[in-house]
Ligand binder design. Structure first.
Ligand SMILES: C[C@](O)(CO)[C@H](O)COP(=O)(O)OP(=O)(O)OC[C@H]1O[C@@H](n2ccc(N)nc2=O)[C@H](O)[C@@H]1O
Ligand SMILES: Nc1ncnc2c1ncn2[C@@H]1O[C@H](COP(=O)(O)OP(=O)(O)OP(=O)(O)O)[C@@H](O)[C@H]1O
Length: 269
């Protein structure tokens, strides 16, 4: 079965408090974007994972796709599979690529082997694989709370806007990024900003708490955000714990010529 795990961006990201399990409670609007990888899962005599495209650090046996298989095969009798991932989404980029791969593997196995797991159960399995992972089960704009795995509906329509992405060739470890944060309650909650304010007002209100510690370390990331505003972005921000930056535009800018030195992504017209 072929599927196409996509990236996400965070519209606002408040790191509110440290939890007793070492994780942090956050509040963020997760939004799917169309930059995608290619994932194939086929039945096979042996359990196997292979990949092409971007190099994935670490051992193949530690890949989140295999972890997704293993977590389901503990509870269900499923045949072995060969999973092939063509890796396109940059790693350590705040785009949630690895989490998307894991969630899409769960969804593929559920379909292929008629497990009939509903989205709520799939989200439970996904939540065990990574905090961002559960979002990719339903894969629709949502307010994420708790570790990022508890969801509330949010009213938001960006269908007439264009979202572009810039990856500055910097790998940021999520764990280290969280370690650099001083958690605090936001002045205005993400949900209120998104639902009550026009996008042209988000610049002053909608904050990604990671920018405060990441920008001084990597000034080029801040420069990308500023450049996106100069080019006419209605709103621009770093996504997740970095390093990618997105801009939301009325018209698609010629992002490749603005940032020739970086990997960029623009939606197809
Ligand atoms: C920054 C975000 O991308 C925002 O969407 C996510 O919160 C990160 O989610 P993720 O990459 O799936 O993270 P995980 O693989 O679950 O955790 C990696 C590390 O990040 C830290 N972590 C992650 C999520 C969270 N809510 N609190 C944390 O403190 C923990 O130190 C954890 O060991
Ligand atoms: N399918 C996968 N894709 C990417 N990384 C994976 C995958 N499976 C396991 N990993 C491991 O996860 C680590 C990357 O996790 P990290 O959360 O930093 O990046 P990510 O999944 O691309 O998400 P983000 O871009 O949100 O940081 C890699 O160092 C790699 O060892």
């Amino acid at each position: 079965m072929l599927s196409f795990p996509n990236a996400k961006i965070n519209l606002g990201l408040n790191v509110i408090e440290k939890r007793t399990d070492g994780f942090h409670n956050i509040s963020s609007c997760f939004y799917p974007v169309g930059w995608k990888e290619i994932l194939e899962v086929i039945e096979s005599s042996n359990l196997e994972f292979t990949s092409s495209g971007l190099l994935i650090p670490g051992e193949e046996r530690d890949n989140l796709c295999l972890k997704a298989f293993n977590i389901l095969s503990k509870d269900f009798q499923i045949p072995n599979v060969h999973i092939h991932l063509h890796k396109i989404l940059p790693i350590g980029a705040g785009l949630g690529g690895g989490s998307a791969d894991a969630a899409f593997t769960l969804k593929a196995l559920n379909k292929m082997f008629n497990l009939y797991l509903d989205d709520t159960l799939l989200e439970e399995y996904a939540g065990k694989l990574g905090s961002d992972c559960a979002f990719f089960i339903r894969n629709k704009p949502i307010l994420a709370l708790g570790k990022g795995d508890q969801f509330e509906e949010i009213s938001l329509d960006l269908s007439q806007k264009h979202i572009v992405l810039v990856y500055p060739n910097i790998h940021i470890s999520t764990q280290e990024a969280y370690a650099g944060i001083r958690p605090q309650k936001p002045v205005v909650p993400v949900k209120e900003i998104i639902e009550k304010y026009d996008i042209s007002e988000w610049k002053e209100l909608l904050i990604n708490d990671f920018e405060k510690s990441i920008f001084p370390k990597y000034p080029q990331i801040q420069r990308i955000k500023e450049k996106l505003y100069t080019e006419g972005a209605l709103y621009a921000s770093m996504t997740g714990s970095g390093s990618s930056v997105y801009g939301i535009f009325n018209q698609v800018p010629d992002i490749k010529s603005i940032f020739p030195e970086y990997s960029t992504w623009t939606p197809e017209k």
